[in-house]
Design a protein around this ligand. Structure first.
Ligand SMILES: [Mg+2]
Length: 353
């Protein structure tokens, strides 16, 4: 089945509430939905969720690149994945745009085979607990949100930190004081701390049973990340510092982290995520599949990856939850009682638009 053309559309969806992290704030999501048409009538669906700060992309750069990608892969069979990958990788950077196309290729391959992507990858689990994220907000707001989320069945909360370390510690202490230890907490500083502050914070929050801390210091400060990792009593997970397998090798060499947050938008798609996860397994590192703000197209793709790859021990696949609406009208990821699953009777990523 040959690739004929790539259709794409910018979507803009408001959030239920303003979302604040250490690097900025936003009240809406803007991304690009990709449809890959084949001559056999199968249409693969994907999503590019660009992030200026992390992938260096905007919806406009994605839309400018997609016709270039179309030129490069037009006429190839969707089964010629390695050739498609070779051509995608001939483009530097632009990982979210490439992920949008790569997800659509996987969706089309699944539809052709009559199998969900999770099964094509190597189905390891049927569902996975996902963290639900609480942005940087006041102690009272944090408690209010946690009460609602735990009431809805959340098993893991991911608390954003990194703007004010004293308030961060207070919010985390308040969560345990109010709600106890019957749920998991992980934290994400989004590069917001200095090395010294990060070490102080991880030592302070260690008694609060924190699962891990994501990216405490700047993405480029590999030596700093290594220093925090050496000093930290809780595992340190690299996020912004690891986009692809080469980054992982660099960090592993410097013993700079214990774990890795893999995102389809950072690495360029589902099979790149598979590659990083398997490399990390050899290096003795557990992985999480995380996400950007994404509709249920991107989150479904991420969930298929999380279910299909053994070395994915954690999921942070909640980017769709605080959006006011969605492009997926049927099928796709389901988040119930704090766990993500996908319909195994639907082929590809299983999203009907
Ligand atoms: Mg993160």
């Amino acid at each position: 089945m040959r690739i004929e053309r790539i259709e794409f559309e910018i979507v803009e969806i408001p959030r239920r509430k303003m979302f604040v992290i250490a690097t900025g704030s936003s009240d809406r999501y803007t991304g690009v939905i990709v449809k890959l048409h084949t001559d056999g009538g199968i249409v693969g669906v994907g999503e590019a969720s660009p992030s200026r700060g992390v992938t260096g992309e905007t919806p406009e750069t994605v839309c400018a690149l997609l016709p270039e990608i179309e030129k490069k892969i037009k006429g190839l069979h969707i089964e010629e994945y390695e050739k498609i990958r070779e051509r995608l990788n001939s483009i530097k950077g632009n990982s979210a745009a490439k992920a949008g196309v790569e997800i659509a290729i996987n969706d089309a391959l699944g539809k052709e085979a009559g199998l969900p992507v999770a099964k094509l990858l190597g189905l390891y689990r049927e569902r996975i607990p996902t963290s639900i994220t609480i942005g940087i907000e006041s102690r009272e707001e944090t408690l209010k949100d946690a009460e609602r989320l735990l009431g809805e069945g959340a098993k893991v909360l991911k608390v954003k930190i990194g703007l004010n370390w004293m308030e961060d510690i207070e919010r985390l202490k308040a969560l345990r004081e109010r709600f106890g230890y019957g749920f998991r907490i992980r934290v994400d500083a989004n590069q917001g701390y200095s090395v010294k502050t990060a070490i102080k914070v991880v030592r302070e929050i260690e008694p609060l049973d924190i699962e891990f801390i994501e990216q405490p210091v700047k993405w480029y400060d590999v030596a700093g990340l290594a220093e925090v990792t050496r000093a930290s009593p809780i595992p340190v997970m690299a996020d912004e510092a690891v986009h692809d397998a080469d980054d992982l090798l660099k960090l592993a060499k410097a013993r700079a982290c214990d774990m890795v947050n893999i995102k389809l938008m950072k690495c360029g798609g589902i099979r790149e995520a598979y590659l990083i996860a398997h490399l990390a397994e050899r290096l003795g590192m557990e992985c999480m599949i995380g996400c950007m703000s994404e509709t249920r197209v991107g989150i479904s793709a991420g969930t298929h990856a999380a279910l299909g790859i053994k070395n994915i021990h954690y999921a942070d696949l909640d980017g769709h939850i605080d959006l006011e609406g969605d492009v997926v009208k049927e099928g796709g990821v389901k988040t119930e009682n704090g766990e993500n699953s996908v319909p195994m009777h639907l082929p590809g990523i299983g999203c009907g638009l």
